[in-house]
Design a protein around this ligand. Structure first.
Ligand code: MTE
Ligand code: MO
Length: 544
């Protein structure tokens, strides 16, 4: 065997492995598309990785890749699987059946992982098992043909010397080569067909999109507090209501965040597609009267509207994992009161269809002064699928990870001593009140401005307490009061602006807020974990 032939057959072996593995995976995906999308080995495996990776790695992934973190994860899984399958191909040709056993082991692991996903049944093992059986059979067949065609690729030639087929120019070789290529080519074709079919089947889940688009939300029995004219500075500037040129505010987050721009944070690799016809909300646990509501029953209840600014605990100082929306929903409080919580209960564990849970203090949810909603509408539309369609929780004043369960299906009244939400065992605090914070949106870091009056603007938030003041300073100068925009109330962020008299040079601009309790935002820097970042947002600008 020449070197060239040796490496050439290694390449064929690797290709056979990748094709067989790919075909097995495609078969598994197709089966999963029919059975349960969550049973797909790729997504069950990916979700298991998401749940298992340590918090610091997850934070790093978000920091590096932002909202592309899920695509990067799936891409990485794809590369690892392809390399593993290539290895299985080489092993199967050289030391049968070690390669197909390797594939089988991966398939069994995938099957077990799938059965451990939230809401899984033992049936969820089937797609992986069936897929891997197909992959193993294809690999064995391809490897046998390849060994016959290029025997140098097998384990060191044993006593007795090369077989007839191995001799150059032997008539059998051509036939074996054609057989190998046929097996591999047919496997590849089967993989492509299975993949296309599974895409077609999952396209049916887009049906939920059509159902969402057809939903007519009820009118609120208690409509929203009106948004004051001066809550959105850019709009006010455009109307001539404040002495600012609209262009001065380019980059300032709008008071209401449009749904398409609203940040999205969750552990779901595939957005759950929940048909309201199959959905229900159960109130259970330490209650005297557990009950279940259907979608129609929920929509028939009185609906309230409320502006609430959601924030993620992972938001860095100056970050954009925060957004403000008008939510339509039914108060969580009345649902809990109807179920009649028992003495000793102090937490509500809300659960999503995808297994995510959040632990919220019961007294917060029972507080008549706090508009905690089972929300069905967001800025006048049904919830977008990524934001929890058909229903989610929205609790003013608490970070999302302890309150804002999307695709919510269960409210379990319980005790902090007995239950914990998804993020608590992963190093995040059991309680997550939103911390007083402020952000400079204008100018952007690194921006250049002409000397003279420079408009500085941004947002500040202290949900459910409210913002009473914002101050800005340049370099180590004195804190100067900014002008506050109006707001609907304490549950949302508040815009602010400041006319800075800028002199030439490089300058650092910082902001700090004060809440209506008189608390001044701390300069102490803390990272997001375990209960929210602190410190002053500072941007550097150059003035010429
Ligand atoms: N089902 C589910 N709900 C969830 C989460 C999740 O991972 N799964 N993440 C929570 C977190 S950490 C935040 S900050 C908010 C974000 O809500 P949004 O994506 O609508 O902005 O959703 C919360 N609800
Ligand atoms: Mo979050």
């Amino acid at each position: 065997m020449t070197r060239r032939g040796w490496s050439g057959s290694l390449g064929w072996a690797a290709l056979a492995g990748v094709v067989a593995g790919g075909a097995g995976l495609a078969v598994a995906e197709l089966f999963a598309a029919f059975l349960a999308t969550g049973a797909s080995p790729v997504f069950a495996g990916g979700a298991a990785v998401v749940d298992a990776v340590p918090g610091w790695l997850k934070d790093l992934a978000v920091a590096w890749f932002g909202t592309a973190d899920k695509a990067v994860l799936l891409g990485t899984i794809g590369v690892v699987l392809a390399v593993g399958a290539a290895l299985a191909g080489v092993l199967e040709v050289r030391r049968p059946p070690s390669g197909s056993l390797l594939l089988g082991a991966v398939g069994v692991v995938a099957a077990v992982v799938a059965t451990l996903r939230p809401g899984a049944t033992v049936l969820w093992a089937l797609p992986s098992l069936l897929g891997i059986a197909v992959g193993m059979a294809l690999l064995r067949a391809a490897a046998a043909r390849l060994r016959a065609w290029a025997p140098g690729s097998a384990a060191p030639v044993t006593a007795g010397g090369p077989t007839a087929a191995a001799r150059p120019g032997a008539p059998g070789r051509d036939l074996d080569r054609r057989r190998f290529l046929a097996v591999t080519g047919l496997s590849a074709a089967a993989a492509i067909i299975a993949l296309a079919a599974s895409r077609a089947v999952s396209a049916a889940s887009r049906g939920v999109q059509a159902v969402r688009d057809a939903v007519r939300l009820p009118a609120p029995t208690a409509p929203a507090e009106p948004v004051p004219q001066g809550a959105d500075l850019a709009a006010a500037a455009a109307d001539g209501d404040v002495d600012l040129a609209p262009g001065d505010l380019d980059g300032l987050a709008p008071y209401i965040t449009p749904n398409v721009e609203f940040y999205r944070i969750d552990t779901a690799l595939r957005v759950p597609q929940v048909d309201p016809a199959d959905w229900s909300l159960t109130v259970t646990g330490l209650v005297d009267e557990p009950f279940t509501l259907t979608w129609d029953e929920l929509l028939a209840l009185p609906m309230e509207e409320h502006h609430v600014t959601l924030a993620c605990v992972s938001n860095e100082v100056g970050g954009d994992l925060i957004g403000n929306a008008l939510w339509l929903g039914h108060p969580v409080r009345t649902l809990l009161e109807r179920a009649r919580p028992q003495a000793g209960a102090d937490m509500v564990l809300s659960r999503s269809v995808d297994g995510f849970t959040a632990g919220t203090p019961l007294d917060v949810l029972l507080d008549p002064q706090r508009a905690s909603l089972v929300a069905v509408g967001m800025n006048g539309e049904p919830l977008p699928a990524e934001h929890g369609f058909p229903a989610r929780l929205v609790v003013p004043g608490l970070y999302g990870y302890v309150s804002a369960t999307k695709w919510v299906t269960e409210l379990k009244v319980t005790r902090f001593a007995a239950d914990e939400g998804y993020w608590t065992p992963r190093g995040w605090s059991a309680l997550g009140p939103i911390k007083l914070q402020s952000r400079i949106d204008v100018p952007r870091p690194g921006a250049s401005r002409a000397a003279g009056t420079v408009v500085v603007a941004g947002v500040a938030w202290a949900q459910h307490t409210g913002i009473s003041g914002v101050e800005v300073r340049a370099d180590d100068g004195p804190w100067r009061p900014a002008t506050l925009a109006e707001t609907t109330g304490p549950d949302t962020w508040r815009q602010w602006w400041y006319a800075w008299d800028a002199e030439p040079g490089e300058h650092r601009l910082s902001v700090r807020a004060t809440d209506t309790d008189g608390l001044v935002q701390t300069a102490d820097e803390a990272p997001p974990a375990p209960d929210g970042a602190t410190g002053h947002h500072t941007v550097t600008v150059s003035v010429a």
